[in-house]
Structure formats: structure tokens, C-alpha cells
Write a protein that binds this ligand. Structure first.
Ligand code: AMP
Ligand code: ZN
Length: 467
């Protein structure tokens, strides 16, 4: 059984899915206004690792990941006194429309995930296309007395109406003094300094605004994740992931909104990944120490060397990225792949269960990937194991590591082919989704899975992978 450190309970918890046989994960996605750096990717790797380990245990995993294309304002580290939307600011800088910017960086995000073998989420809702749900939830929060509208059309959540605020981050309301929260965009009109905006009223011309009963405006970033997670995963979500900086205020506010709207504890386990550092400091655009996956490829290195480098550390520990470490990981990857290619020539052999279990036990142990890698190396060096068994072990375990260990050195990634009958099921599923028949769409997804075809619902429609 998989165990993970739960940020809220501060304990390592057994992951017991709410629905037997199925695991539902919400992974906080990107704000699509610039390229991702490898630090961002480290955070998104976390849900992929959880997914892969759960799948090894035979669970069907559903991941939902938001695409934030509106409402995320410039953050504390890069204070913009006007509280400008990140996407709009970038659109102005590049002389493009907000939509052009958002779609461009969304595509770049998908490419990065694919290059790092991070499987696409089954649900990838865009904030700008989920506005109706946000307006409905905000309306419900106002009605139940947990939120209030003010003169300029903004709506605030009444933080004091949610007594367990602060459980994730430890930032209790009593300790949050005025000025503690830098929130320049919505400082006025609040009843209490820790209240936050669910909706930001706007006057004047601006892209990406919508009409709401309390006035024209756009949603706050936190309400977006509440709505998209509840809409796509329901009100009993097994795991919610994100980078450690999202604990507060983003996840704290999301929890207050979701729990209040649903009338229950919506997320069973909050799991956070620690930051990636470079030159000893958190990797961030504002610090100027950003490395993109493209920079890795430009140096002639395999992007999966970055994935391997990440696996040499534990997700809840900071890691400092150096080029030497990525080069070493790249060499190790090449060595393993050529070994696997060599072992593939040997007579086939049964999977060495005991040795394989040692590796999967390490994954189960709060994703102890450094130990999993050591145990994998032990399999490679074990003289008592026939080469055919080593091949089987590496091929099987790569389902968790995701390092393309069975790829012949120098060969490009294999393009999958659809098995017979799959296209008809895909067409039927696309039609079911257009008709909003989600029960049929889920059933067809299971039928496709039985054929070895995995489908994902992206903003561009349904995509698939096979094999
Ligand atoms: P952002 O684009 O800033 O909203 O960040 C997207 C995701 O990347 C969030 O989950 C952040 O927590 C995460 N993140 C940002 N910087 C880093 C870093 N240096 N290391 C790990 N995760 C990060
Ligand atoms: Zn989020």
C-alpha cells in the first residue's frame, strides 16, 4: 500500500481510496503566461509518480489538473501594485491577445510534460471555460452567509466563517495580522484583513471579464481550483498535490471554499513537493536562476535525465540542481538503456519478484525514490540473476520510474498504433462527451483501457496513448 506524507495531518498516511479500485487526484496546474522551468516540472512530477505507483497496485487513476488562463494575479514576489493578471500583463508585453498567450504557453506546458514522461491528466479544465461553475459556487457561498459582495462588484470569502482555517499551513487566522498578507489588488472594502476575493469586480475595458449577478469581473485564482476539482472529481478527492509554496494561501483558501460549499472535508490528503533550487536558491524567474527543459536538450542531454535527477531526491526535500548532476544522470540513463538492450537479447525469464518488490516497497514508502534507484541498481549488478530476469525487472519497474529504460539507445520514442476496434470506441466516446453523457464516456474509457488504450481529455479534445 502506498503511504504519503499528509501536509495537513503532518503524518505519513496510508492512501486508502474513497472508492475501492479507483484513485482521484487533483494536481494544481500551470498559470499559462510563460514557459515552465524545471522547478515547476518537479512539482508536476509528484502527481505522476503517485499515479504510476497506484497503477502498479492495480488502481484506476483519474487526475484532474487545471489550466489557469485568467485570474492569477502577480504574486507577492513580483508585486504589481495594480494587481494585474499575469496572463494579461504578458499579453501586453508580447503585443498579443490574452487568449493567444494562454494557448501558446498551455501548448508549451503539454510539450514539457510529455518530454518528461509525465502522463497527461484525464481532465484538463481551463479556468476561462469554467466560469459558470464559479459564479454558481460564489452565489451559493453568498447565500449561505460565507461570502459577501461589496460596492465595486467584488465578492470576498468571510475567513472567520471557516473555523478550521489554517490546518494545512499552520497559519491560523489569529496569527494572521493585517499586513501579513500582501494583497494589493483587493485591500479595500474587506470586512476582515484575511478575507480573500472570490470575484474581482472591474470597471472599464479589459479582456477576460464576465457578467455575474454582483457585477462584471473575473474570478479569483483560489475559487478556480475549488470549482474545477469538485466539478471533475466530486467532493471526496483522495489526494491533492502542488508545490510547497501553494500551501498558503492558495490551498488554505481552496479548502475553506470547497469544504464550505460541499459541507464536508473534500480532500483526504494534501501532498506537497519541496522546491527545486539552483545555485542554492529557489528556482524562480524573479531570481534569474531558471533552467528550462529546452536548455537541457540544447546541451545534447536527454530530458529524462532531469526526471532521473529528480528521482535521486525525496519529493519532500529540497534539491539543488547542477549541470554536473544532470550530466551524471544522463550517463546513467544511457548505461542502463544499453544494458537493458543487451539483456533483451537473452532468453526470456520470469520476473524476479523478490527483487522487484524491494523496489516497489521503496516507492510505497512515501515515494522513497532514492532507495528505489539503489535497489534497481542492485538488480543490474546481481550476478545471481539471469539477464532475461533483469530485462523483465527493468521493463516492469519502468512503469513506475518512467525513464524509457527499454528504449534502444539512440532510437526515438515509439509511436503507438491503435488496436482493432479502438477507433470506433474513441469516436463513440467523443460523441458521448459532446452530448455530456459522462457515464457513457467513463464506460467507454474503461473499455478502451481494457484494449490497452489510455484516453485523456484535453482542452483540445480527447487524446489517446497505447501500449
Ligand atoms: P506557478 O507557475 O508559479 O504557479 O507554479 C506552478 C507550480 O510550480 C506550482 O505548483 C508551484 O508550487 C511550483 N513551483 C514553482 N517554483 C518551483 C520550484 N523552484 N521548485 C518546485 N516547484 C516549484
Ligand atoms: Zn490550485
Amino acid at each position: 500500500m502506498l503511504r504519503l506524507t499528509d501536509t495537513r495531518t503532518r503524518k505519513v498516511e496510508d492512501i486508502v481510496p474513497a472508492r475501492p479500485g479507483e484513485l482521484r487526484i487533483y494536481s494544481c496546474g500551470p498559470t499559462v503566461y510563460r514557459y515552465s522551468h524545471v522547478g515547476n516540472l518537479r512539482s508536476w512530477l509528484l502527481s505522476d509518480l503517485i499515479r504510476r505507483v497506484a497503477e502498479l497496485h492495480g488502481l484506476r487513476v483519474t487526475v484532474a489538473q487545471n489550466i489557469t488562463d485568467v485570474g492569477h494575479l502577480a504574486d507577492d514576489a513580483e508585486i504589481d501594485p495594480a494587481g494585474e493578471d499575469k496572463v494579461l500583463a504578458q499579453a501586453r508585453a508580447e503585443g498579443k491577445s490574452a487568449l493567444e498567450i494562454a494557448r501558446f504557453y498551455e501548448a508549451a506546458f503539454h510539450q514539457d510534460l510529455s518530454d518528461l514522461n509525465i502522463r497527461p491528466a484525464e481532465h484538463q479544465p481551463r479556468a476561462s471555460e469554467s466560469i459558470d461553475g464559479m459564479i454558481a459556487m460564489i452565489g451559493k457561498l453568498i447565500e449561505s452567509g460565507h461570502a459577501y459582495a461589496v460596492d465595486d462588484g467584488s465578492v470576498f470569502f468571510d475567513a472567520r466563517s471557516f473555523p478550521s482555517y489554517g490546518e494545512i499551513s499552520g497559519n491560523r487566522l489569529d496569527d494572521l495580522r493585517p499586513g501579513h498578507r500582501v494583497d494589493p489588488d483587493n485591500a479595500g472594502n474587506k470586512r476582515f484583513h484575511a478575507d480573500w476575493a472570490l470575484w474581482k469586480g472591474t470597471s472599464g475595458a479589459r479582456e477576460m471579464v464576465w457578467d455575474a449577478p454582483w457585477g462584471q469581473g473575473f474570478p479569483g485564482w483560489h475559487i478556480e481550483c475549488s470549482v474545477m476539482s469538485l466539478d471533475h472529481l466530486g467532493d471526496d478527492i483522495d489526494i491533492h498535490t502542488g508545490g510547497i509554496d501553494l500551501r498558503f494561501p492558495h490551498h488554505e483558501d481552496e479548502r475553506a471554499q470547497s469544504n464550505t460549499a460541499a459541507g464536508r472535508e473534500v480532500v483526504r490528503h494534501w501532498v506537497h513537493g519541496e522546491h527545486l533550487l539552483a545555485e542554492g536558491r529557489k528556482m524562480a524567474k524573479s531570481t534569474g536562476n531558471v533552467i528550462r527543459l529546452e536548455d537541457v536538450v540544447a546541451r545534447g542531454l536527454d530530458p529524462l535525465a532531469v526526471r532521473l535527477f529528480f528521482l535521486t531526491g525525496r519529493y519532500r526535500q529540497q534539491m539543488n540542481l547542477t549541470w554536473d548532476a544532470v550530466v551524471a544522470a544522463d550517463k546513467r540513463l544511457t548505461r542502463w538503456r544499453s544494458k537493458v538492450a543487451e539483456w533483451a537479447e537473452s532468453p526470456s525469464f520470469a520476473l524476479p519478484r523478490t527483487q522487484v518488490d524491494h523496489v516497489t516497497d521503496a516507492f510505497d514508502d512515501d515515494l522513497d525514490t532514492p532507495s528505489a534507484l539503489i535497489r534497481l541498481e542492485e538488480i543490474a549488478r546481481d550476478d545471481s540473476l539471469p539477464d532475461g530476469a533483469k530485462f523483465e525487472a527493468f521493463a516492469f519497474l519502468d512503469r513506475a520510474f518512467g525513464l524509457d529504460l527499454v528504449r534502444d539507445v539512440g532510437k526515438p520514442k515509439v509511436v503507438s498504433v491503435l488496436p482493432d476496434g479502438a477507433q470506433a470506441l474513441l469516436d463513440a466516446r467523443a460523441a458521448a462527451r459532446t452530448g455530456k453523457d459522462y457515464a457513457a464516456s467513463d464506460r467507454l474509457r474503461d473499455e478502451l483501457a481494457a484494449l490497452g488504450v489510455t484516453v485523456a481529455d484535453t482542452a483540445e479534445g480527447q487524446t489517446w496513448s497505447a501500449g
